[in-house]
Design a protein around this ligand. Structure first.
Ligand code: IMK
Length: 835
């Protein structure tokens, strides 16, 4: 055969590769080859780790084919595209999800069995991709799954942090943070794409020059540049042939660092500069719903925005040349909170300075492509960057922000002539001794859509935080209630319940969760209820084993599994939960235990390393657990455990095994919550306040199937001015006794005074979270929970109805709404590989 023919055959086969088999035999075949030929293992070196590697490579090949076909399909129709820009993607493990979504779950299971191993054992080899803090990052991950499942051309853009969310170790009851070097053994799910490297600039100064049309043109000079190298992660849709992309940027020093200064004899300085460039993607900031205000964080934010936009524009030019006429129509950028909001001035800069566009045209494009999602009302999370810092790091961007602000304030002045106070309030630049850039206002001014993440939260945004902006641009504001993916959070994590559901109503629910309503008709069917209970018991056993292994606490399977897992934060009120546990202990001690319902309380979550009170709350939980678990009076009746290192992978065991979901935030403070949805889907009942998505959960399941307690957001605001915790405590015998136990050091006999800061917080009239105010209502409602659980039939019915009405909380529904109202993309189906 001559070279020409070979070449032609090769070209043809690249676009038209024969599809890989999806049956067990093909999978085993590939597995064998990877295990022995690629990884060089033989029968003398059997290990779960290499088996895992070989399995991933086999599955990855099948993702690759579909990935290519998806790209071809999008290119073919020149599809409009949306980009989800986020500093966080909390992906968790990928193996089980890839197998499920490709329809290879059974084949995978069998392949592993052929080798005399169990899939669960292999899966343990995979580190969680913990590139996020909590709800905001996990939401981004669920959204990618739904976009691929709905076959929408959506790409995620994020950061390839070398260290993800820290590992939490509990020592003497306290949180110790250990670095999470998740890439140490390599990451078989990513594909490095050095050919798409971008250059991101920092520092320097602006020089104005005349261009050949005699116009003043800025030149950003003497910059310190950093390279952004993309790593692509495949995002498979649910059994539909689509594989979308998550593109993660890694910072890398430019060659200038290596050459210029090396030769000039400044070796150490040169290496230091290299390290400083590569710091940008070294570590995830471990703060949830609070800002850090650190310069490195601003560098991260600009790095993501700039690299992503340059990448998108380069692709555009590759296809359309320098004609940007349809750019706005074809592209949407969804900003996941203000973290990537440098994208607004950066897109202006790229269009004007790099692609010679005028201000008006650049602004038309920017303000019709950007959309902003707000994820919290907490003032400590609202990002502000000091103007001097901004000027030093991003001088050209600051100029553009000033220009955006001047034009924006002119619009405000037009609408409210002479209202100086309002102009000052709304200004993107906050005046003061050190002026600040208000990133949320920048995001609103630059976007055509602003959304909150649950009905109450979106309403509070327009009434409070963004009220002035709502008055100016009511049409921009909308709500998109969060959701979670039913693939990971039901089909994958709860196989026993999934089987029961599929046996009963068919398998359509996995891609259309509204079908779960068909379960409601079985809520009174004794046979079905029986099977439902059996499934729950098995899942409780699985959870109890994990608690035993990780906490050394044994959970009684007969007890209510009462669970609160989420970031540790005062507004989420883990303290209220602990006060209730102490109250139950006090009741046992004083012999008030007629008709007792056994209860095992599990609390888990990470505290931001700099958040003193949150860390002390962890210590309190552990100390209370030590005392009550050791007291023989509690045996089989009450247990408390703190689960270390809560993460995506542990939630996959927790949600299926829980009876009661704790969603007890101070009303008006939790923007949405998404853990609440995972519990509901898996049939847990909720005890919760009228906050975030709890309100919508209660609406769906019906008030008789939801344990509501506490003040409403409006009541919280009314009480604020005359909150008197001392009086509340004095008037409540139970709370008084709980406070006595804490005050006298019952849980810190050898650590005097350590809980004083917590006692102070509870008794402080300025306590923003008003823990004491909701104590009575919470305890009474927990008593109703205990009574309900004595009626097995009743709680089983309630549990079934929770799952049956959880369809609304699928992220497929949420993403359909984003697409209907904001992105307006057409779904594009690739030619399926097998066709
Ligand atoms: C979280 C909110 O606290 C949750 O209520 C919500 O369910 C979730 O986002 C998803 O919408 C992290 C944040 C944040 C604001 C700033 C930062 N809001 C949330 N996480 C840094």
């Amino acid at each position: 055969m001559d070279v020409k023919t070979l070449q032609k055959d090769f070209e043809a086969s690249l676009t038209d590769l024969p599809p890989l088999g999806m049956d067990v035999h093909s999978l085993v075949e590939d597995f064998r080859r990877y295990y022995s030929h690629t990884l060089g293992r033989d029968r003398h070196s059997r290990s779960a780790h290499y088996a895992y590697q070989a399995l991933v490579l086999s599955i990855r090949d099948r993702l690759m084919e579909r990935w290519q076909h998806t790209r071809y399909a999008y290119d073919e129709v020149d599809a409009s595209h949306a980009y989800y820009l986020s500093l966080e993607f909390l992906m968790g493990r990928a193996l089980g999800n890839a197998a499920l979504n490709l329809g290879l779950d059974e084949a995978t299971e069998l392949t592993v069995r052929c080798l005399g191993m169990e899939l669960e054992e292999l899966a343990e080899s995979e580190q969680d991709a913990g590139l996020g803090n909590g709800g905001l990052g996990r939401l981004a991950a669920c959204f990618l799954d739904s976009c691929a499942t709905l076959q929408l051309p959506v790409t995620g853009y994020g950061m390839r942090y070398e260290y993800g969310m820290f590992r939490q170790v509990i020592t003497a009851g306290e949180q110790i943070e250990e670095p999470d070097h998740w890439l140490r053994e390599g990451n078989p799910w990513e594909l490095e794409r050095p050919e798409y490297t971008q250059r991101v600039r920092f520092g320097g100064r602006i020089e104005w020059q005349h261009n050949n049309q005699g116009k003043q043109q800025p030149r950003w000079v003497e910059t310190h540049d950093v390279l952004a190298v993309p790593y692509d992660v495949p995002i498979p849709g649910y059994r539909n042939g689509t594989v979308n992309t998550l593109r993660l940027w890694q910072a890398s020093a430019t060659d200038e660092f290596n050459l210029g200064e090396f030769n000039a004899g400044f070796y150490p300085e040169s290496v230091a500069a290299k390290t400083s460039a590569e710091q940008i993607t070294l570590v995830l900031y471990p703060n949830d719903a609070s800002e850090s205000g650190k310069e490195l964080r601003l560098r991260q934010q600009y790095f993501l925005a700039s690299a992503s936009l340059q990448d998108i524009i380069a692709r555009w030019i590759g296809i359309h040349g320098h004609d940007f006429t349809n750019f706005a129509e074809k592209n949407r950028f969804q900003l996941n909170d203000t973290h990537p909001s440098c994208a607004v001035p950066e897109l202006m800069r790229l269009l004007m300075d790099e692609h010679s566009m005028g201000w008006d045209e650049a602004w038309r494009i920017t303000s019709t492509t950007m959309a902003y999602t707000n994820h919290t009302l907490l003032p400590e999370a609202l990002e502000r960057w000091s103007v001097p810092t901004f000027k030093r790091l991003l001088p050209r961007l600051l100029d553009i922000i000033y220009e955006i602000n001047a034009r924006f304030l002119a619009v405000v002045a037009q609408r409210w002539p002479g209202d100086i106070a309002r102009q000052r309030r709304m200004s993107i630049i906050e005046e003061g001794s050190t002026p600040q850039v208000r990133m949320a206002y920048l995001a609103i001014a630059g976007s055509f859509s602003v959304n909150g993440v649950a009905a109450l939260h979106s309403k509070l945004l327009t009434e409070g935080l963004f009220n002035d902006f709502f008055a100016l641009w009511p049409e921009k504001f909308n709500n998109k209630t969060n959701g979670v993916t039913p693939r990971r959070w039901l089909a994958l994590c709860n196989p026993t319940l999934s089987r029961l559901i599929t046996d009963t109503i068919g398998e359509g629910w996995v891609a259309d969760l509204s079908q779960l309503t068909e379960l409601a008709q079985y809520a009174n069917n004794p046979d079905f209820c029986n099977r439902w209970q059996k499934v729950k018991l098995l899942n409780k056993q699985r959870l109890a084993e994990m608690v035993e292994a990780d906490c050394g606490v044994s959970f009684n399977l007969e007890a209510i599994f009462d669970v609160q897992v989420k970031r540790i934060h005062e507004y989420k009120r883990q303290l209220l939960n602990v006060l209730h546990v102490i109250h139950l202990y006090d009741r046992l001690k004083r012999g008030d235990s007629d008709d007792w319902t056994p209860r095992c309380v599990l609390i888990g979550g990470k505290a931001a390393p700099g958040y003193f009170i949150a860390k002390r709350i962890i210590k309190l939980i552990n100390n209370v657990a030590a005392v009550i678990n050791a007291d023989p009076i509690t045996t089989d009746r009450l247990r408390l455990a703190f689960l270390p290192n809560y993460r995506v992978t542990t939630m996959e065991i927790i949600a299926p095994g829980s009876d009661l979901s704790e969603q007890v935030s101070t009303a008006g403070k939790e923007a949405s919550g998404t853990g609440n949805m995972k519990f509901m889907m898996n049939g847990a009942l909720t005890i919760g306040t009228l906050d975030g998505a709890n309100i919508e959960i209660r609406e769906e399941v019906g008030e008789e199937n939801f344990f509501l307690f506490g003040m409403s957001a409006a009541e919280v605001n009314v009480m604020r001015s005359h909150y008197d915790p001392a009086a509340i405590i004095a008037a409540d015998e139970d709370l008084l006794r709980v406070m006595q136990l804490l005050r006298c050091g019952h849980f810190n006999q050898f650590e005097p005074g350590i809980f004083d800061p917590l006692l102070h917080a509870i008794t402080n009239p300025d306590d923003l979270w008003m823990t004491a105010a909701d104590f009575r209502s919470y305890v009474d409602t927990q008593q109703r929970v205990a009574e309900a659980f004595r009626d097995k039939e009743r709680v089983t019915r309630m549990s079934i109805l929770n799952t049956a009405t959880s369809g609304r909380f699928s992220s497929d529904r949420t993403i359909s709404e984003y697409n209907r109202d904001i992105w307006k993309l057409k779904s594009v189906a690739p030619v399926t590989v097998e066709e």
